[in-house]
Design a protein around this ligand. Structure first.
Ligand code: FES
Length: 211
């Protein structure tokens, strides 16, 4: 069955805004989507002092929704301060596009993720900020927030499909999921959990239980 896109998605896909790169970006990041393997790079030019995003560009290595959401999120971020841009959400990006099909909602998660990573890169390299990316329950939960249940296009935490998250003394991550074992999206969700959590190098084992 063909996927149906809103007119605005098609318009941004055909004529994307802010495409390209900045030669000396103040902030830069490339993020990949564990859901599909597509990638997105974001380049930022920031005004010193005010921390306003003066210019923003992106390069997409992905699908039509990847291009459309990157186009809209860069439009939305331009002219905002870093603090304001950090508050932009994948839901707002999807809404601004007139909605996305549920199986394509992860594309807007990727767009917001790449924007936030580019901001973080600026804060680390120019403002000397340090971030705690260590293995902890709250950092695991932050990653789970990015995983979309493709049947309805909402993340697994909001949907309360995650019943328990824990990190034990031996650095094993334990996750209890409330999903049917014959749910056709179960394997995708499990695979995405493993791929998102692979960034925690200290993790010994990732245990996913169905409850
Ligand atoms: Fe890969 Fe859209 S399917 S970002």
């Amino acid at each position: 069955m063909a996927i149906k896109y809103s007119e605005k998605v098609i318009e941004h896909f055909k004529n994307p805004h802010n495409v390209g790169e900045l030669t000396e970006p103040a902030g830069f990041a490339t993020e990949g989507s564990p859901a599909c393997g597509d990638q997105l790079s974001v380049y930022l030019d920031i005004e010193e002092g005010t921390h306003v995003i003066k210019d923003i560009k992106f390069q997409s290595y992905g699908c039509a929704s990847n291009i459309a959401t990157a186009s809209i999120i860069t439009d939305m971020a331009k002219g905002k301060t870093l603090e304001e841009a950090k508050e932009l959400t994948w839901k707002q990006a999807a809404e601004e596009l007139g909605g996305l099909p549920p199986v394509k909602m992860h594309c807007s998660v990727l767009a917001v993720d790449a924007l936030r990573s580019a901001i973080k890169n600026y804060e680390e390299t120019h403002l000397g900020k340090q971030f705690d990316d260590s293995l902890s329950k709250s950092n695991v939960e932050k990653e789970l927030e990015k995983i979309i249940y493709g049947k309805v296009g909402v993340d697994i935490l909001t949907l309360k499909l995650v019943k328990y998250v824990g990190v034990d003394n031996e650095n094993n991550i334990i996750i209890d999921l409330e999903m049917d074992e014959d749910d056709k999206f179960l394997d995708d969700v499990k695979k995405e959990i493993r791929e998102h959590l692979a960034q925690f190098e200290k993790a010994n084992k990732i245990e996913i239980n169905l409850v």
